[in-house]
Design a protein around this ligand. Structure first.
Ligand SMILES: C[S@@+](CC[C@H](N)C(=O)[O-])C[C@H]1O[C@@H](n2cnc3c(N)ncnc32)[C@H](O)[C@@H]1O
Length: 297
């Protein structure tokens, strides 16, 4: 259990979650269809400040070509990881999965985009981020469908099984877990613990997808400055990136033995070829983040 006093994210809600929503909103405003990831609700979850920036081509240009120029290549990754995950999710829903758990849900809008799939959606995040998301939905006139449960939760402190079952989750039924954009902000112990806890409430055949940051030695030298810029930037937002992994040793790095089997350890290169190659409107996917898909044994 963490003895740390609450940081900015616990008090004000997640700024990095908002940046993910900015990338999704910007994709629809500035890029061409077919979209890598089509999220028509993302814009409505942004602060007034970000809505003003994206709402004006000039302001957006100043931010993207001057102020945040060096970080812009990162903006493709929230699109590809979400596409990868939701493609797998929709395939498992086709096969009968009816419980979808989003760990660190931020401004995820799957529930608004797919309100009638007959799937119960458990959105789990810090109380501060959930409160802000609900406030912004209300202000935008968006009503969450009845299939959504918003569950305040802290990975560093709370028991996932207790929280989920208290909200009606059935551990005897197959489920799909999405854990995107979160692992790098947690300690190695909290990540391994969470995977064990998820395994404890996920019956065989359940799946999880999450992304992780490659350790420095696995990032091509010329791309390391980008990783450093990103770490400095999100650190200043109060959400430091503290954990990275060796993509060649994921079983032992995540300590999955006996619980999970690797379905796919999707490299940035694989994702670039699948979703980005041939496009000139989005940035090439930088080789920093991998997506891991595990299935409960
Ligand atoms: C970069 S955002 C990703 C949001 C969403 N998964 C997405 O991809 O759009 C990281 C999310 O993790 C949440 N988070 C960070 N630390 C957490 C913790 N200790 N417990 C629960 N959630 C946490 C933040 O509130 C934020 O919503």
């Amino acid at each position: 259990m963490s003895e740390q006093p609450p940081g900015q994210v616990q008090i004000h809600g997640s700024r990095t979650a908002e940046l993910v929503a900015v990338s999704r909103a910007r994709h629809l405003l500035r890029h061409k269809p077919p979209y890598i990831f089509n999220d028509p609700f993302a814009f409505r979850f942004l602060s007034k400040r970000w809505q003003r920036i994206l709402g004006s081509r000039l302001r957006d240009m100043i931010v993207s070509k001057v102020l945040l120029r060096r970080l812009m290549p990162i903006t493709t990754q929230p699109l590809t990881r979400a596409r990868f995950t939701e493609d797998r999710l929709l395939a498992s829903i086709e096969k009968g999965v009816r419980q979808y758990v989003i760990l660190g849900s931020g401004y995820d809008t799957f529930a608004l985009r797919h309100p009638r799939l007959g799937v119960t959606i458990y959105e789990i995040d810090l109380a501060s981020t959930i409160a802000l998301k609900r406030e912004r939905a209300r202000a935008a006139g968006l009503a969450f469908p009845d299939c959504v449960r918003h569950i305040p939760f802290d990975f560093e402190k709370d028991d996932l099984g207790d929280k989920l079952t208290a909200h009606g989750f059935d551990p005897g039924k197959k489920s799909f877990f999405n854990w995107l954009g979160v692992t790098y902000y947690l300690s190695r112990e909290a990540i391994q613990d969470t995977l064990k806890h998820v395994a404890g409430i996920a019956c065989p055949g359940s799946e999880i997808v999450f992304d992780y940051l490659a350790e420095d030695g696995s990032i091509p030298e010329e791309k390391r400055p980008l990783a450093i810029s990103l770490k400095n930037y999100v650190g200043k937002l109060g959400e430091p990136m503290i954990t990275s992994f060796d993509p060649d040793r994921v079983e032992s790095e995540f300590n999955v033995h006996g619980f999970w089997e690797v379905v796919c350890n999707d490299s940035p290169d694989d994702q670039h070829k699948r979703y980005v190659e041939g496009r000139s409107d989005v940035f090439a996917l930088p080789p920093l983040f991998w997506c891991l898909n595990l299935i409960r044994q």
